[in-house]
Write a protein that binds this ligand. Structure first.
Ligand code: ADP
Ligand code: ZN
Ligand code: ZN
Length: 807
């Protein structure tokens, strides 16, 4: 039995991926396992930090005296063998720290909070003991914080070394419980109590009979009240008389708005020929336990989801589990309900809209093997499913699959890792695959499966492109061209519905002075503040800074200030004026911020309580409403001008996706795209539904410019409150890299980032482009470790492999 444990510790300022060695005290030896969380002392003080046990050993390289583990925080491991391996791989390939990878994989509730506590270590007089500590010898520091008099007394005691201030870890992971009841007497004793009751005591008599039916069991009180038709008061009387006692019963928090009936599950649809062919190939791979990657390329409405559902069913039939990833913004109740109607209560969902408690409970249902199908957004790729039989990634081209903060992982790469670990196929689905994936399919690295036709046999909706330049000349500033207005009007007459999208990529409503041209900017970041009408404030989307809407220009004091940019609110106002009879539902970050609003608005639209659904990109994906026959895009090109090599690809994807919302049932659909760049190839290829042509043209451009998928890229960023320091650090790193890398590798920069200042820090970056460079990975690992050292004081360096943006 090894008596030393290796622990990855949570110390934010000085990170290292090397586990620390701790002694295992004998009383903990029998319960401690790899994958459990522990509290361990760290540094010189009494500070306790959280750590994860990643292994045991019988000898330490460390020469000094080893410290003992303070406490074990779990009764069973929270990270299993697979996920532990995965976390270490993730840290290595995303140039991040092991501890942050472990946290990324776990629900928030498993991240313990350090509280500062005051502990008496010497005698104090009784008065002080009661005044300051309420008679106990330990209390939280926060109690002193708003009482200066108490605080100064405390500091005096501290100087006299009568108290110490410690960190204590508190475990936030709590199961939810409800009140339950359980009988305290035997069946016969309950019978005796009942026969000796006063004849009028009907309620108590009913309670006793009910208790007789649940001897030896625990029942939720609400259930008991309902079944026995009794009031809460009767149960309280029963408890007083010693017939029953109240007990906590663990329940799962329920994130679903609709219940699901396991005995009335929906039957699979009869597949068409293309779907059959795809399902057959995938199911064969499930059966063979073959870790192949399939690219399922199917136009919108071609029935990809049905393919997912039937291959998931196959995995379940083989006694295995299934993981289905969807982008956060298309994780609508529609898709979740479709999966739940098919697979019932064995489905769990994981996404950012859940409360911490709901998230923790769904996670435990999965971990305990009670949920066998997981539907979730990016981080659900870490769901602790065992025995995975299939992994599905819908809309695989979506950039939200890449995490913006450390660890900067792409869910697709993690999914591939797990696919190999479990010997399970991975299905990447999309109507507009990423160039990377489509190029791999061309090379035969992925298996290409195609669904070229819509299920309903309808052609893809015809797309009309409206050039806004002459429209504006003719009719003045407006968000609506004449053809779009007429089309909307026609839908109102026919009682059909329309979806209108305002493309807000790289775009916001900002304040500008018409006299001096000054734009209201965030004092912390080099970026304009966005107008929010609901709170009547100007907000910074990067740091959260908020200030009132100005009445005069802060620069020249002119009163001629106005806001620019077309917000959804402004469009809604114009629409109300142009089509007063139309009922409109607006969906954007403002109207969906409250929990459940997203679902509510979509349900209202589905029930035809509105004629027009007006929204931002969040309405482009996943929606399947049969009565929608018109889709309008108000401004197709706001994203085209961004300094981003994927700008055209993103525009093409978005326009194709949103066009796919029209004409999904048996009514013919129509799409109208308004643009100032009608000749741009991304717009033209959208109009002809020609992914192949777009792919070829874009691949050509990427080839000429040396961008992915022809090159791999890495971005390094350094930030510092002083611009010169950030620039210096990046120049230093560049020099270091240049000496090590293969000559064919290209290093660009250092340059200031497009948004050079954020949260009071200046940013500089370099971009590395390479095809194959064995020296790169070790060089980057070394930089990562070095930046933790003293010489890099206050400089924060991050490494972003395969960045989605260069801005
Ligand atoms: P996609 O995910 O490719 O956009 P969906 O899976 O949402 O397409 O399918 C579009 C519509 O067609 C859905 O309403 C779905 O229920 C229906 N559908 C899919 N496959 C079939 C089928 N084989 N037979 C009948 N209807 C189908
Ligand atoms: Zn001004
Ligand atoms: Zn800011």
């Amino acid at each position: 039995m090894a008596e030393l444990a290796q622990v990855v510790v949570d110390v934010p300022t000085m990170q290292t991926n090397q586990p620390y060695t701790y002694e295992v005290p004998p009383q903990l030896a029998h319960q401690l396992q790899v994958g459990m969380r522990v509290a361990v002392p760290f540094g010189n003080g009494h500070r306790q930090v959280q750590g994860f046990v990643v292994g045991f050993t019988d000898h330490a390289d460390y020469q000094g005296e080893l410290k003992p583990i303070g406490a074990v925080m779990d009764v069973q491991p929270v990270v299993n063998t697979e996920l532990l391996k995965l976390s270490s791989w993730l840290a290595d390939t995303t140039y991040s720290f092991w501890i942050s990878c472990l946290y990324t994989m776990l629900p928030n509730m498993l991240k313990s909070k350090a509280e500062r506590v005051v502990r008496l270590v010497d005698e104090v007089d009784e008065q002080t003991l009661f005044d300051l500590f309420g008679g106990k010898d330990e209390c939280e520091l926060s109690q002193f914080q708003d009482d200066p008099a108490k605080m100064s007394q405390l500091l005096k005691l501290k100087r006299e070394k009568r108290v110490v201030i410690d960190y204590r870890l508190t475990n936030r992971a709590r199961a939810k419980t409800v009140t339950g009841i359980t009988p305290l007497l035997t069946f016969e004793q309950l019978e005796d109590a009942r026969t000796s009751l006063h004849p009028n005591a009907h309620a108590q008599s009913r309670l006793l009979s009910y208790l007789q039916s649940i001897v030896g069991k625990k029942v939720k009180q609400t259930t008991a009240e309902h079944v026995a038709q009794l009031k809460a008061g009767t149960f309280n009387q029963g408890a007083k008389k010693g017939w029953l006692k109240k007990v906590p019963i663990e329940v799962y928090r329920n994130p679903y708005e609709q219940p699901v009936a396991d005995d009335h599950l929906e039957t699979p649809l009869h597949l068409n020929r293309d779907q059959q062919a795809a399902v057959r190939r995938i199911n064969q791979a499930v059966e063979d336990q073959s870790a192949q990657t399939f690219l399922l390329q199917g136009v919108t409405g071609s029935g990809k989801t049905e393919v997912y559902l039937q291959t998931i069913a196959k995995a379940l039939a083989m006694g295995r589990t299934a993981l289905m990833l969807v982008p956060e913004i298309s994780l609508t109740p529609q898709i979740v309900n479709r999966v739940r109607r098919r697979f019932g209560s064995q489905v769990a969902v994981l996404h950012s809209g859940l409360s911490n408690g709901e998230q923790y409970d769904e996670w435990r249902r999965i971990e305990r093997g009670q949920a066998k199908v997981v539907v979730g957004a990016r981080s659900a790729v870490f769901a602790p499913l065992q025995n995975l039989g299939i992994i599905i990634m819908d809309e695989e081209h979506e950039t939200s699959y890449k995490q913006d903060d450390a660890p900067r992982y792409h869910a697709r790469e993690v999914a591939k890792w797990r696919s190999h670990y479990h010997q399970a196929p991975l299905i990447l689905g999309s109507a507009t695959p990423s160039l990377e994936s489509r190029a791999r399919a061309l090379k035969g690295v992925y298996q290409l499966l195609r669904l070229p036709h819509r299920v309903n046999q309808q052609p893809l909706p015809p797309i009309k492109v409206v050039d806004m330049r002459p429209e504006i000349k003719r009719r003045g500033e407006s968000n609506f061209s004449l053809p779009l207005l007429q089309a909307l009007d026609l839908r109102l007459q026919r009682r059909e519905q329309s979806i209108l999208m305002l493309n807000r990529r790289g775009f916001s409503s900002f304040m500008m002075c018409r006299d001096c041209g000054a734009v209201l900017k965030c004092p912390n970041c080099d970026i304009s503040l966005t107008l929010h009408m609901d709170t009547r404030t100007m907000k910074c989307h990067y740091c959260g800074h908020e200030e009132p809407i100005p009445q005069v220009c802060p620069n020249c004091h002119s009163r001629h200030i106005r806001y620019y940019g077309t917000g959804t609110e402004k469009v809604e106002q114009e629409l109300n004026r142009l089509l007063p009879q139309a009922r409109i539902i607006r969906m954007d970050v403002d109207t969906t911020r409250r929990k459940g609003m997203h679902e509510k608005l979509l349900r209202q639209f589905g029930q035809q309580q509105a004629d027009i659904l007006l929204g931002t990109q969040m309405i482009a994906k996943g929606l399947d409403f049969p009565n929608v026959t018109l889709v309008g895009v108000l401004n197709a090109d706001t994203g085209l001008g961004l300094p981003d090599f994927r700008a055209s690809e993103h525009t093409f994807d978005l326009l194709s996706q949103v066009s796919g919302r029209a004409g999904r049932a048996n009514k013919q659909g129509q799409v109208i795209i308004q643009t100032f760049n009608p000749d741009h190839y991304a717009i033209k290829d959208t109009q002809t539904h020609d992914y192949e042509r777009f792919f070829r043209q874009e691949m050509n451009l990427r080839h000429q410019a040396g961008y992915p998928p022809y090159y791999y890229t890495v971005r390094l960023m350094a930030s510092h409150p002083e611009e010169a320091a950030a620039a210096r650090a990046m120049a230093h790193i560049r020099q270091e890299l240049a000496a090590k890398l293969t000559p064919s590798t290209i290093v660009l920069g250092p340059t200031p980032r497009a948004i050079a200042r954020m949260k009071r820090r200046y940013y500089y970056q370099i971009v590395i482009k390479y095809k194959q460079d064995p020296h790169l990975h070790p060089a980057l690992q070394q930089i990562l470790q070095e930046t933790q050292a003293k010489g890099f004081k206050d400089v924060q360096v991050s490494i972003d492999p395969d960045p989605q943006y260069f801005m």
